[in-house]
Design a binder for this molecule. Structure first.
Ligand code: PEP
Ligand code: MG
Length: 590
């Protein structure tokens, strides 16, 4: 809907439902113009930190330029290396430095902005000169600025930690790292211009934070004002800006119901799910941090089928060390014992970026340096994580899983490192579970297609349907414009999912599903019938999935799965499984 221009008129915007329930509150607007992070006023008490940050970045840039100089000298001779000498001189120019530090201390500009001001003096001077050579140097000066920016670390946070009172956060887009920086208790709901239902931010709103979220709203961040009243209806994928008193009343009743549902429940018995004819499968939960374990346990999960470990790596400038990781994984192992937890090695990349990835953006991050690719390219990070998980495996039942596998070489390389890490731990006399399995996520079409080869290199599989769907259908999971094409019940996806189970069974491998499809009640009969050994999903929905499994026999589910593979369109599949679900639940009195 187009903006009305009248601040007090209600305005309804439709987007994509990313996390259910309803909340009303005041808008906290996160502005993210591209240059916002470059120009920020700092508080007087932050001046010293900012100067220290700047000096560190300058020292690192100098080191980088010196290395480059050496390389140029080796490859092309001293004459070429001299160009860099001039860059270093500019970097250390007292005019630049004094001006930059003056801007920080007196004008309270952040380091990025202040250095830009300092170096601009040189750029301006060079650009007015008629000499071609010197004008060319001004381009190099900009290059120096970019280099320093890279070394200044991740963009400064966009005031996210400063959400001082409960509010609805409205932004053009929000990454998981940004979400993680916010004070959880003060974030009532999320509304963004961009994004899809299967982005990691949407998943975290549903599973971890359990707050309503509507994404893909197009213009919400441009039409709301800070502090304005807003209702977020995450179930219908709608927001109302400046609601009328009647709308507030109507939604208020729904909000109260939600509060009642969120009341704590006594812990359920932790057990597998069972069909009416006694077929059992593991029903486990997806988590992103230890603080979700209470919920996992109270919902009766008989394990954690996916522990996404990325949150520990995001929203900080350093990396978590082995000890920090070990303590965290150990808590998971101990709390769940005797049940298992599948710990996934970091799946950074895509929409979860390390500072070094943020500073060198890729054209197609979801097809880029992600998951196991990054782990193999940064073996020191990978080894540290493997050591931490293996040491924690002495305290419970842990399995290790690699994300984004696309070939046998990756599994082999990863296993070689895994074995080497185990040897190292043995030599040191560190206890660990020698039988700790190493599995592969099946989330690329390549992995699904060569599942038979991968089964020989992997101890188990878990299908990551969130990514498998986006790669199989070439529809970005976080892009609202192609959200209508992103369809887990697409016949191509169903065929892949079935062939992965069949291959895993033929090779004697345990196979689970840990993508969001596992939490879609319409998919439950199909997944059970295909023969998955485990469904791992959002702990909130787990009791519902358990009762759906309990409403069907394995033989019926197999028949439903077979029939669903015959349809040509996802609408037909959905229509068919919906009918079956309603019929079975009626029969069972559900
Ligand atoms: C998946 O891709 O289905 C999955 C479970 O992993 P993530 O959502 O973290 O990419
Ligand atoms: Mg994935």
């Amino acid at each position: 809907m187009a903006p009305t221009g009248k601040g007090s008129q209600p305005m309804i915007l439709e987007g994509i439902s990313a996390s259910p329930e309803v909340v009303s509150g005041k808008v906290f607007l996160v502005k993210m113009a591209p240059d916002d992070f470059l120009r920020r006023r700092i508080e007087p008490e932050d001046v010293d930190t900012e100067i220290a940050r700047l000096r560190k970045a300058l020292a690192r840039t100098r080191e980088e330029l010196e290395n480059l100089q050496q390389k140029l000298a080796q490859d092309f001779g001293q004459d070429h290396a001299k160009i860099i000498e001039a860059d270093i001189m500019i970097l250390e120019d007292p005019i630049v430095l004094n001006e930059t530090e003056r801007r920080v201390t007196e004008e309270r500009q952040n380091a990025e902005w202040a250095f830009y001001g300092g170096i601009s003096k040189v750029v301006d001077a060079l650009e007015t000169i008629q000499d071609d050579y010197l004008r060319h140097r001004s381009t190099d000066v900009k290059d120096i600025w970019r280099r320093v920016l890279r070394h200044l670390g991740p963009p400064a946070e966009k005031g996210l930690r400063k959400i001082a009172e409960p509010a609805v956060v409205v932004a053009p887009d929000l990454s998981l790292a940004e979400l993680a920086q916010m004070p959880k208790d003060n974030v009532l709901a999320i509304a963004t211009d961009r994004g899809g239902r299967y982005s990691h931010t949407a998943i975290a709103c549903r599973e971890k934070w359990q707050i309503p979220a509507v994404v893909g709203l197009g213009t919400v961040s441009r039409v709301v004002r800070d502090g304005e009243a807003i209702i977020v209806d995450g179930s219908r994928g709608v927001v109302i800006i400046n609601p009328t008193p009647e709308q507030i009343d109507q939604y208020g009743a729904q909000e109260r119901k939600m509060v009642a549902r969120a009341a704590p429940r006594p812990a359920a018995e932790r057990r597998p799910a069972v069909t009416t004819d006694g077929h059992q499968l593991d029903l486990s939960a997806n988590i992103e941090s230890v603080d979700e374990l209470d919920l996992v346990i109270s919902q009766g999960a008989n394990g954690v089928g996916l522990y996404r470990t990325e949150l520990m790596f995001l929203g900080r400038t350093d990396l978590p060390g082995e000890e920090e990781q070990y303590k965290t994984y150990r808590q998971v192992a101990e709390r769940l014992r005797p049940d298992y937890a599948v710990v996934r090695t970091v799946d950074l990349g895509g929409d979860k970026l390390l500072p070094e990835q943020e500073q060198r953006p890729e054209d197609n991050p979801f097809l880029g340096w992600r998951g196991v690719r990054l782990s193999l390219a940064r073996p020191e990070i990978f080894r540290q994580q493997l050591r931490a998980i293996l040491r924690a495996s002495a305290h419970g039942t842990l399995k290790i899983m690699l994300p984004m596998v696309s070939g046998v070489e990756e599994m082999r390389q990863a296993r070689a490192i895994f074995e080497d890490v185990k040897d190292g731990l043995k030599r040191e006399g560190q206890p660990f579970d020698e039988n700790c399995p190493l599995g592969a996520m099946i989330e690329t079409p390549a992995a699904a297609t060569i599942a038979d080869f991968l089964a020989e290199e992997s101890d188990f599989f878990s299908v990551g349907s969130n990514d498998l769907v986006q790669y199989a259908l070439a529809a970005d999971r976080g892009n609202e414009r192609v959200a209508h094409l992103y369809e887990p019940m697409h016949p191509a996806v169903l065929r892949m999912m079935k062939s992965v189970v069949d291959t895993a069974k033929a090779k004697g491998r345990w196979v689970g599903i840990c993508g969001e499809m596992g939490g879609d009640p319409l998919a439950t009969f199909v997944l059970v019938g295909m023969g998955y050994d485990e469904i791992s999903t959002n702990p909130i929905i787990l009791p519902e999935i358990r009762s759906i499994i309990g409403a069907v026999s394995f033989a019926e589910a197999q028949q439903i799965a077979r029939a669903s593979l015959e349809f040509r369109t996802s609408d037909e599949v959905r229509g068919y499984v919906r009918e079956n679900l309603i019929a079975r639940l009626r029969e069972g009195g559900g």
